[in-house]
Design a protein around this ligand. Structure first.
Ligand SMILES: [Zn+2]
Length: 188
């Protein structure tokens, strides 16, 4: 994707400017509680954060940001939890939509059909050797590999979502955000 033509926003935590779609949007409330804007459409004064715990903590440590958006340190943890839950729900909803189409395939049965830019999704509780096999097969085909959030109902060890699926870009972005928010910080 060409990032030059995408709207850019600044993270209030690390101050880096990134494409809007890669960031999480929040809306501040008069009670100084930030609310996650999952669809990016809520009205009100908004701010953006990278999907990384470090940026949430940095935002809280900044007095000016804190006074506008957070009262208590616990709110930061609550917010991270809330965002992860919302992202997980969105991913599950998108998977259900994909299941109704021919864009979602069983990775074990259709391994050889993986193509460049397809999404390869695996469940977190698979044996490690399975994961290695999945990564190797998918990466060789140029696919993007993502771990599914816990609690996703998977019919197979791994799934393939065709790059032609209209919701594949949104699904990929939410999976990436979920993964970054589940691990420590943002590795770049
Ligand atoms: Zn940031």
């Amino acid at each position: 994707m060409d990032s030059r033509h995408q709207p850019q926003r600044q993270c209030v935590g690390c101050r880096k400017v990134r494409p809007k779609t890669e960031l999480l949007r929040f809306v501040s409330r008069p009670s100084a509680e930030a609310v996650f804007d999952r669809e990016g459409r809520l009205e009100g004064r908004g701010f953006y954060l990278c999907p990384g715990e470090q940026c949430f903590v940095k935002a809280y440590k900044n007095k000016r940001v804190r006074s506008s958006y957070f009262r208590k340190r616990e709110q930061v943890n609550e917010l991270i939890y809330e965002v992860r839950e919302e992202l997980s729900n969105m991913i599950k909803e998108d998977l259900i939509r994909c299941k109704k189409t021919a864009y979602l395939k069983d990775g074990l049965r259709e391994e050889k059909t993986v193509r460049e830019d397809d999404l390869v999704l695996y469940c977190g509780d698979n044996p490690p050797d399975e994961k290695v096999g999945t990564h190797t097969a998918a990466r060789a085909g140029g696919a993007k590999v993502y771990r599914l959030p816990e609690g996703c109902e998977c019919s197979s060890t791994w799934l393939i979502v065709s790059s032609e699926c209209p919701i594949a870009p949104r699904l990929a972005m939410n999976l990436q955000k979920y993964d970054l928010l589940s691990s420590k910080g943002l590795a770049r």
